[in-house]
Write a protein that binds this ligand. Structure first.
Ligand code: C5P
Length: 401
């Protein structure tokens, strides 16, 4: 697996406190390392009841610190030196007790002392039982921490290890990765003009019937939202979908591939990046009847003619924007997607499995570029969109020097 490297050069101090979600943090460490982060783990005493320090030591290749008074550290001041090396401290899971202690400025173990002595941002990912989360004391402590500039990531709702269901579950590792990434690079597309196509197209047969596909538009809209969050100026050209739209700068509704083509031609000279997420119909009926066709007892034949390939047109312009394609395939996904990337001369194509991706909230994506294949773990489309957008921004900078 080739790292996407979105945390290259970043030093993260990862604090692990006592909660069953601590076991999931091993996966978070793996994801962060894969993205190029340097991860230094610090564990509390109760965290070590849930996971062994050896697990994190093996994953990070660095000694795991647990004690305030560590004679191995230069001048015995781990509580100062560790936090000086860090670009941020992330505490995951953050237990109710730990949250209470740092909200009150207590510093009675290494991790709480590091938090108090820090000169870098602090992010916490709470994880606790539903009642502990809802308790007024916990909520008061969180308000205090937010007022102190601490970033609170999550928690999620769902099934809990104690058997109850509700708020308090730690965010999944992939969600924590994306949230931490957004924190580090909040506006990495600042001022860039991004044109996105999304949703299906509808090719009319007559006044009421037509040909379309099962694209929901979820991925395209998630990409538009991710581009907005990255600070871009976003124009969205969207086919018929039943979803709330993100607050893009310009929204153009279209129905057919022909209309999408016209809209893209009208906008393309004003964009730096073109992301073609739409599931454009490859064919349209040769004839479109203005009134409703009458039912007959006989077979009818529908002649289809090819639609223009919008992405190929844009990528072949004399000075094209940075073009990104999406390829949904049912089999041999990566090979077909890479062939498409070469044929359409794209720096990047995002491959996914059509059956899994179409209409669903989750997908498993592979990014194919000149460096090879970058596999993203299965996650919600909004999370995936943030990671894809970060990858696009990095490639864009590389291509445009
Ligand atoms: O060739 P295929 O349709 O599988 O390629 C997928 C990519 O090409 C997607 O990014 C899609 O938005 C784009 N495309 C297009 N116009 C078409 C067909 C596909 O822009 N007529």
């Amino acid at each position: 697996m080739v790292p996407v490297n979105s945390f290259a050069g970043k030093h993260l101090l990862l604090g692990v406190t006592g909660g069953i979600a601590a076991y999931k943090v091993a996966e978070l460490v793996r994801l962060l390392m894969q993205e190029g982060a340097v991860v230094q783990v610090v564990m509390t005493k109760s965290a070590r009841r849930f996971v062994g320090a050896t697990t994190f030591q093996a994953l990070t290749g660095r000694k795991v610190f647990t004690e305030l008074w560590d004679t191995d550290t230069a001048n015995g001041m781990a509580h100062i030196s560790l936090s000086r090396e860090a670009d941020a401290i992330l505490v995951a899971p953050a237990s109710a007790d730990f949250i209470a202690r740092i909200a009150h400025g207590l510093a009675d173990d290494l991790l709480s002392t590091l938090c108090l002595a820090r000169n870098c941002p602090l992010l916490i990912a709470p994880a606790m039982n539903l009642q502990m989360w809802e308790n007024a004391a916990t909520q008061r402590n969180l308000t205090t921490l937010r007022q102190d500039g601490v970033m609170v990531l999550g928690p999620d709702r769902g099934y809990q290890a104690c058997g109850e269901t509700g708020a308090g579950r730690m965010l999944e590792p992939i969600d924590l990765l994306a949230a931490t990434h957004r924190f580090f690079q909040p506006e990495y597309l600042d001022g860039k003009r991004v044109l996105i196509t999304a949703g299906p197209t509808f090719e009319a047969i007559d006044a009421v019937r037509g040909l379309t596909n099962r694209s929901s538009g979820k991925m395209g809209l998630a990409m538009a939202q991710a581009a907005l969050e990255a600070g871009a100026q976003v124009t969205l050209v969207c086919g018929p979908v039943c979803l709330p739209f993100p607050a893009v700068h310009r929204l153009i509704h279209i129905v057919s591939a022909g209309e999408m083509f016209a809209a893209v031609k009208g906008e393309v000279s004003n964009c730096d990046i073109f992301i073609s997420v739409a599931a454009v119909a490859d064919y349209r009926p040769a004839e479109q009847h203005a009134s409703k066709l009458k039912k007959t007892a006989k077979d009818i034949t529908l002649t289809l003619v090819p639609n223009p390939d919008i992405l190929q047109y844009v990528a072949s312009l004399p000075t094209p924007p940075f073009c990104v394609g999406f390829a949904a395939e049912t089999d041999t996904v990566e090979r077909y997607a890479e062939e498409k990337r070469k044929r359409k001369k794209l720096p990047l194509i995002v491959a996914n499995h059509a059956v899994e991706a179409i209409g669903s909230n989750e997908s498993t994506l592979t990014l194919l570029d000149d460096e090879g294949a970058h596999h993203l773990p299965k996650a919600g489309k909004n999370i995936q969109a943030g990671l894809v957008m970060a990858h696009i921004a990095r490639l864009y900078d590389k291509y445009r020097g």
